[in-house]
Design a protein around this ligand. Structure first.
Ligand code: BDP
Length: 328
């Protein structure tokens, strides 16, 4: 009798637990890519993601992040994730511009009013559209990291678009970025992130553009000492996993990953806000000159052709722009 009850209890427990059983019996090792150092907000977010997934799967899914671009530069890492040799990563959305059309929308210059506005967009409809496009190319978006506002920094002072004329400015590999820089009068030079420092040093380029934490952590401020607060783009970042891995997970595991990614993004966003302030202070203390651009209208006025080219003839994308603008 006791045995029967015990057996029944086991059967009931098995029935309840079965849908949550691991999709594969053995432990899995997942390789994660990060372009930044481990102590950068994004590195901390990725490590938290791995920790939570490990805990909640009883270490059946063990995640290890390779920081500081050990597994390659961003464009290569994206290809590797599509092929399934990188399992998870944090990517900026601009390197997807030529692959996933809706990522162009959130890269567009002067689109977001502030951080809250960019969160509302990416945590809402824009994020859903982007996740759909990324899935189609083999990448599953789980949550969104902050990347703050990007501004132009140069080896000579820049106060107006006229000052930028003919200067070689590094951009990420994206047609939109090339057109954006051209529209500002600069000479865009696509280069991997890891080559920017030496290219500035050797004079291959005269400047680049990025947020405060990247300007500081890469030490670009040592070679391009003028940071003009153009704040021309607030392109967000994604915490993603490879579709190949994702397809082999059961629903319970997917939920664990989704929750862990959301919690990691909450941490990253908090750390990001702190790091932006610290990075600005550090570069100023180290002698960088901040050129405050208070009136951005001469800059944004040049952007109409970029909007036209990337969204004008595409109802889906121009609709996204409209929806984002209407967000309050
Ligand atoms: C940083 C992003 C990183 C990009 C880099 C870049 O976090 O993903 O690779 O900019 O400009 O802000 O390439």
């Amino acid at each position: 009798m006791i045995l029967k009850t015990a057996l029944r209890a086991v059967a009931v427990a098995a029935a309840v637990l079965l849908p949550f059983a691991p999709s594969t019996g053995s432990a899995q090792e997942w390789r994660g890519w990060n372009i930044h150092a481990a102590d950068y907000p994004n590195g901390r977010g990725l490590d938290r993601f791995g920790e939570l997934v490990g805990q909640r799967t009883n270490n059946r899914i063990r995640m290890r992040t390779y920081h500081s671009a050990q597994l390659g530069q961003q464009d290569e890492a994206i290809q590797q994730m599509r092929l399934g040799s990188i399992d998870f990563a944090n990517f900026n959305l601009s390197p997807f511009n030529n692959l996933a059309p809706s990522t162009n929308v959130v890269t567009l210059p002067f689109l977001f009013r502030d951080v809250a506005h960019s969160h509302a967009a990416i945590d809402g409809v824009a994020g859903q559209e982007i996740a759909r496009d990324l899935e189609a190319i083999g990448i599953i978006a789980l949550s969104w990291f902050d990347a703050g506002a990007r501004s132009i920094y140069t080896t000579r002072p820049v106060r107006t678009p006229a000052d930028l004329r003919g200067m070689k400015i590094r951009v990420q590999t994206s047609d939109l970025w090339i057109d954006l820089m051209r529209a500002l009068g600069a000479n865009p030079t696509p280069l991997p992130f890891g080559e920017v420092f030496t290219s500035l040093q050797s004079g291959v380029i005269d400047g680049a553009e990025n947020n405060w934490p990247s300007y500081e952590s890469t030490r670009h401020f040592e070679v391009a000492r003028f940071y003009s607060t153009t704040e021309h783009s607030n392109v967000p970042e994604v915490l993603a996993v490879s579709r190949q891995r994702w397809q082999r997970l059961n629903e319970a595991e997917r939920n664990i990953l989704r929750d862990a990614a959301r919690e990691a993004a909450t941490l990253q966003r908090q750390l990001w806000a702190e790091r932006e302030v610290q990075s600005r202070q550090r570069v100023v203390a180290a002698g960088a000159t901040v050129i405050e651009i208070t009136d951005r209208s001469p800059w944004s006025a040049l952007m109409a052709p970029v909007y036209e080219k990337y969204t004008g003839s595409n109802p889906r994308l121009s609709n996204m722009v409209r929806q984002i603008r209407e967000l309050r």
